[in-house]
Each structure stands twice: as C-alpha cells, then as structure tokens.
Ligand binder design. Sequence first.
Ligand code: ADP
Ligand code: MG
Length: 332
Amino acid sequence: KASVHRICAGQVILDLSSAVKELVENSLDAGATSIEISLRDYGKDSFQVIDNGSGISPINFSLLALKHHTSKLADFPDLQSLTTFGFRGEALSSLCALGDLTVETRTRNEAVATHLTYDRSGLLVAEKKTARQIGTTVTVKNLFSNLPVRSKEFSRNIRKEYGKLISLLNAYALTAKGVRLVCTNTTGRNVKSVVLKTQGSDSLKDNIVTLFGLSTFNCLEPLELCISDGCQVGGFLSKSGQGNGRSMGDRQFFFVNGRPVDMPKVTKLVNELYRGANSQQHPIAILNFTVPTGACDVNVTPDKRKVFFSDECSILQVLREGLQQIYSSSNA
Ligand code: ADP
Ligand code: MG
C-alpha cells in the first residue's frame, strides 16, 4: 500500500517545480500577500515556502497530510466554480510520501505557532510550540530520496529543474497581484543569494518591468482581444523585428484566469506568426485568457498545468487574427 501511495504521489509531484508550485498555490489559497521560497542547494537538500496567509487551524493538524484531506471543497457548491488552486488534498500527502515534511503554522486565533512533523505515510508524529508570525512555513527535505531512480535523475538534472522552477516563479510573480514574492538559494558554503524578488504590484506592466527590466518592456506591444461574451485574451508580446537575434522562448507565460498553464497550441501559434529578425527567433509572450469558469477545465492532469477549453477553436482563431494584425502591419 505504501508503494502504491508513492507511485500516485510521484504523479502529482513530478519534479522540483511541481512540488514548489503546490506549496505556492497553497499559500495563495490561504490569502498570503508575501511568499518566500527558500532553497538549499537549488532545492536538492530542501525547499521551504514561507507565507503570511491564514495559517492552519489546530483541528487540521493531524489530517493535513492525509490523502484527500482538503479544507477547500466544502466552500464550493460544485467543481466548476472553483477559484482556489487546490482542492484535491493531494499535495501535502504526496510530498510526505516523497520527502521529509515539516510544517510551522499559526492562525490569528493562536498566541504561539506549532511545529509539526509528519512521517512518510502522512501521520503527524511530533508537535511542539514555537515562535512565528501568523502564517505557514512548509519545509520539504530530501525530495525523492526514497525513489532511487528519480533521486539520481533529480541530482543529475538539478540545474535544469532549478531553471524550470525559476521560470514558474516568474509566472507567479507576473500574475499574482498584490503578492510579494522572494526566492533565495543557499549553496553549500552557506552563501545565500536572492534569485527573484518582486514588490507584488497590481499591474502586469509593473511586474514585467521589475522582472525583466524597462528596456525589455519597451520592446513589447500590448494585446487585447475579445473572443466572445465573457471571454478575452490580454497581455504583451514582442514587437516584430525585436530581440537582437535572441530567442525569447524562455519568456513565454500563459495564464487562464490568472493561473499559470502550459498551452502548447498557443505557444506554437505565437512562435509561428511572430516576425523576428530571423525565423529561429521566438517572441516574449505574456498572455492571460479570461474565460468563464465553466468554459475551461484545468483538472485534466494531476499537476493542473494543462487546460481544456470548451471552445478552443474560436479562441485560437481570434488569437491568430490578432497576431496577424500585429505582425503584418508593423512589419510591412
Ligand atoms: P489542497 O490544496 O488540494 O486542499 P493540499 O494537500 O495542498 O490540498 O493541502 C491540504 C490542506 O492543508 C489545505 O486544504 C489547507 O487546509 C492546508 N494548507 C496547506 N498549505 C497551507 C498554507 N500555506 N496555509 C494555510 N493552509 C494550508
Ligand atoms: Mg494544495
């Protein structure tokens, strides 16, 4: 049974970035306005997400890391109208199965915080009082240490995993309005460096400037398209002919109702229609699709990175026309 649990857990938590993603989304769900991601050795030794959200109430301490425990579903009449990131109660239980999980948390009803330790099956095995502001810190050490093959893979690819994580954090930094994000990495010799830091502005423009600089922002063109009733796409794209030959494929971020998602078809379309200085070049693209909650399904894969639109054809068609307009007129 433990091994089955481990296999399922391995499907929710694929790698470092999907692990951290779950923790960041929990912090956002808890209403945090400040989130710090603290890595040790690029996340290989440990990673920690520290937030100033609501905290976890003591009645949930023993349930927290059990499979399918969630405090979120009860608040929603049906799955279609979900607005929180999580609802399946799989993240913490999966992380427990794959690493050493500890939680420090305090709600506004508690005078002191509690430090909680869980075992690999999700059972609460130790509990002690500690000092902390209101909010939650989740720490995971030795991710994948009990899956020898993946663990080896993880160590070998750590720089790549780390790169993917930073890109994901950039996505949240762009989209999480009013949330300060900081990411630090501490290497073997206890040298701590800040790898990402935003002030949590409400405007996408400000967040782009903070993350990528004003000169980059000045190379972008705004895009606003109405697809249908209640359905639109907005954001920024490289102007045509920009980029000095550098490909910006690592600066493409797509969101559905503010959630970072993978959109291979949109990626392909944007790259195809973009007119750079050469055909190998990819544009910067930061696009948010606003759709009615019933019109898309983000729960297709366990990591919730893929989306299904009920009306994908017209979304792609309107986007195609919009992009053609930008990239043909200014380049003619
Ligand atoms: P889900 O997010 O799908 O509910 P998780 O396994 O990610 O499931 O989390 C389990 C529960 O733990 C959540 O429902 C929530 O009650 C609590 N929780 C986890 N992280 C936090 C956090 N940072 N702040 C407040 N509560 C949290
Ligand atoms: Mg969650």
